[in-house]
Design a protein around this ligand. Sequence first.
Ligand SMILES: [Zn+2]
Length: 81
Amino acid sequence: MNCKICSALFQEFLEKSLCEELISEVDSHLKKCGQCRSSMHTYSLTIVLSSRADPPCCVPAEKMDELKKILMERFCTKKTA
Ligand SMILES: [Zn+2]
């Protein structure tokens, strides 16, 4: 987990739409990264203030979707097989 990946997952994290594995990944990154903590705080306020928040960083939307897909596949292994 790095800052770019972490910030790419803010929205899902706040919406609680991530799987447990990714939540704990984001969580543990936030615990040790003050920069992401403040970004997350700012981002959550943005969401509260407007229902349509812009992506938290400069990652293009398509790249972000791609990144999320890879992360979901890597971390969210199907347990109901
Ligand atoms: Zn960070």
